[in-house]
Design a protein around this ligand. Sequence first.
Ligand code: ADP
Length: 318
Amino acid sequence: MIELRQLTKRYGRTVAVDDLSCTVEPGIVTGFLGPNGAGKSTTMRILLGLDAPSSGAALVGGRRYATIDRPLREVGALLDATAVHGGRTARNHLRILARTNRIPATAVDAALDRVGLAQVAGRRVGGFSLGMKQRLGIAAALLGDPAVLVLDEPVNGLDPDGVRWIRQLLRGLAAEGRTVLLSSHLMSEMQLTADRVIIIGRGRLLADTTVAELTDRYAGAVLVRTPRPAELAAVLTGAGATVAAQPDGQLGVTGLSESAIGDLAAEHHLPLHGVARRDASLEEAYLRLTAESVQYGTPPPAPAPAGAVAPSTGKDAR
Ligand code: ADP
């Protein structure tokens, strides 16, 4: 488990992380998201003992990184896969890591096997592609069989097969009961990989919830087809919904369930030709949620274009 307790980090006048509190649970994959400059890297660096907090604490398995006796056995990390000595072979790179962390040498081949590098273990890392370096970085993270894994952009540089492989690996590691925290700017990939997401903006917590709940709240809409859209839109708006005409003539309705929409239509004798919940993307939800944080201090946004679904307020996402 990872716990952030009122974590704050200031660099001069910049507050990079601002009173951040949350828990990352074992057994699931948790995505760590936020716009550039939101404070993700700073949080991960503090978590891994590479930087000190100004106040508050970041705990791995209940302890600060600096007080952990054999860190690689508690937390595996992938921060920058290219930061490896190019002259060493993959196996030697891991052997040195194992020795300095008092991890048995037998763990090296097991880790190479797990990431699919067993065949190239004797080759120099300098000749590795970025994707192979990512795999080696993950092997290093897994070397100490840690209960907690922290991975910064692990799918960078991977081809589609590699991306799918890492998704399955991370889900498998979580299923083994490990705590898996990963950052990625690839929302579609995050939607497939993560169970929960922690979203920060300007150093503060914006959301700590399941992917399903987030997409439903911020991007969920019911698409309604009717031959009398203007009348139905008026009825639904009167009942508190937000209604936006879609380019294909349907109504995109937020704030009312499918059954409530059906009941209201029946009550007003308005025919319905279709009612369906739209598949919402994490990307859409994320953009809506973070818009407020990005726009803070800049001019207010232009009115939404015709056909757009109005964003919800996000008041209760905290
Ligand atoms: P993210 O990883 O979400 O893009 P960062 O944690 O890198 O965000 O940065 C958060 C904020 O802290 C940014 O405003 C960044 O400029 C600032 N920052 C990060 N590291 C330093 C540093 N070493 N010195 C000064 N400012 C920093």
